[in-house]
Write a protein that binds this ligand. Sequence first.
Ligand code: AVI
Length: 395
Amino acid sequence: MPSKSRIPARLRGIHLYPIFAGEPNWIQCERSIIPEEANGSIPVRFSFIVPQAMTQENTPTIFAAEKRAHWRALEPEIWSIQGADLDAVPTQSILTTLWDQPRWLEAYHLYDQRGSELFEQICGLPEYYLTRTENAILETHARDIIARAPVRCIVELGAGYSKKTVHLLTEQLRQRGSSIFAPIDVSAAGLRASRAAVRSAFPEIQFHGLHARYEEGFSAIDKNLPTLFVFLGSTIGNFNHSDFPRFFRTLSAAMGPGDFLLLGADRVKDVKVLEDAYNDSRGVTAEFILNVFDHINRLLHGNFARDNMRYYSRYNPEWQRIEMYAVARARQDIRFADIDAAFQWQKDEKILVEISRKFDPLRLQEQLRFFDLGAVEHFTDPREWFSVLLFKKES
Ligand code: AVI
């Protein structure tokens, strides 16, 4: 129970009690309105949650001691870096890549509210085999994966909480009796959904959502806490050739000796299967890719005209990647109202909105050795369409 002096005056006399054992940074307040106060209507009881003054000791021990002071509770069991502005308008990223030759965009702009909903729909499409296949691999091999990675904490990069992670958490509890689960996500809504799902399905699990970019999140984890870092969905395929080494260099440096990485990677395969997965018959992928221009129009007061563009995708065999483009049907004079910048998007000119790299799992294992990540095990499906790779941090 917090000391009385730390309770705001307007809350005194109200029943207060800590609701989260372990990290008492939040207190739940409960109050009954007595009849006179309620103007003769029926007495009601209600509860609300207020932040309690926080001290550094309250910050969970998943954080490295030297990082702990930077993290604050955003709300119960969700942490963010003090002063971090995840909502800063990504103007510079959009403008610099649109002025590049060829023009392109960073994939994270795809995920506004509508983009996230469309991606959820993509995951259920008959042509989009990735989600189903990876889920089946995890369901089949979760027991083995967890047995080989004796950890106390599971950190998931992105995705907050997916059905796929359930298999790992179930096994972790079965084999170890308890666990910490710390998803890292820039979406607070995603973390809230994750927290609700973990609380109801796995009340024994200590949940700590990190509202941060991947690199800020995983670099804050205590290296002495045995941890399995999980990066699923083949999101690694959306990284370009400079993002890829930067990501693994930073992740490897953040891992403690004996930590593990579980990586989901889509594989090189028959071109038709790949191309159909990114050009579905219902047009959901096209909508997902072109929606980025509505998002940019809102952010930068631009004038991209959706009816004047079309979606085009293809597999590039040399780069082993699907390329997803927006193509101008007619010339468009693009302007951004608040910025002194304009360009002509010529008829048939393509803007590369997203790439999705496909991998050879053995080559990926060899490559990650150069980041001190040793291959432990390779799990795949009967068609060998998708790989889930387990690595251990060496040295
Ligand atoms: C999130 N990412 C792994 C998806 C992919 O398959 O590259 C994004 C996607 N874009 C179009 N369809 C799916």
